[in-house]
Design a protein around this ligand. Sequence first.
Ligand code: CP
Length: 342
Amino acid sequence: MNDYSKNLLKSFSSGIKNFISVNDVNDIDGLIQKSLAYETSPYKDKSIGLNKRVGCLFLNPSMRTRLSTQIAAQNLGMEAIVFNVGAEGWALEFEEGVVMNGSSVEHVKDAAPVFGKYFDILAIRTFPSLNDRDEDYSEQYMKQFVKYAGIPVLSLESATLHPLQSLTDIITIWEAMQNLLLVTESKPKVVLTWAPHIKPLPQCVANSFAQWINAWNKVDFIITHPEGYELDTQFTNGATVTFNQQEALENADFVYVKNWSSYNEYGKILCTDETWMLNNKRLQLTNNAKVMHCLPVRRNIELSDEVLDGANSIITQQASNRVWAAQAVLSELCKPPSPKGG
Ligand code: CP
């Protein structure tokens, strides 16, 4: 660990009470350094979570988020209990004042306080419906858990954001920047490019990546997508947006590939143009860019085999960093609230 990292860690105080978006973090660099310190010494804080439990509620499927959160908790001496609410639990109701004569069996108002008694931290994954934009973007599910659980809430991906993925993505870029010795030269160019997909996917990863990269403010950030795939400007403000992928890729140092469905024509697939799939020919336009994807990836739809299996891909490193990001955040959420409310 260099002096820069040591100094950041010494003065680090995250102030994290819940972890729902970048707005819950007052020191992104400190959180990156804390994550990297866990990569170097995973068990250095193995008593922080002693006699604590994190409840991991999955309303939707997951591989990386689920396993990395469990491993991160275990590294801190904390027990992680996974509950697949979507598949195994009672169907939850989130509307206030509703007559519950439909398919939902239990109101979040009743369930969340119970989770609050069983656990010290509540971690939740819930996807958007992609039917009703206002409802999805109100983040009602996450907000209801925060309101009623009475314990810190950690997003494992919500209707509009995926903050643990974004923290991981920034850690991965930071690590690669060190390796490329880009830090003291010019700002690296990071491109988020839309890719085709056979299914309509949420905007969460793209929204969240844009929100974190903009807040971090350490890179030149360009988003490229076909017309009609504009993201919500509350997340993208500050980024350059272009419909010309080739122009965007020129001299890029990092290319983050991700599909999302339309925000304006909500949840729709508007483009199936295969030329948006990143292949080696397009990659040659870049500055030998590192290629990122949050996974799971549809091979030869979103990204070609040649890129995924090539030397520029850092997707496995990116996925492995999920553990350190989750560990840093869980460790902060274990801290008792500051007496001054800070
Ligand atoms: N990237 C990501 O969130 O992966 P999972 O859906 O497998 O958790």
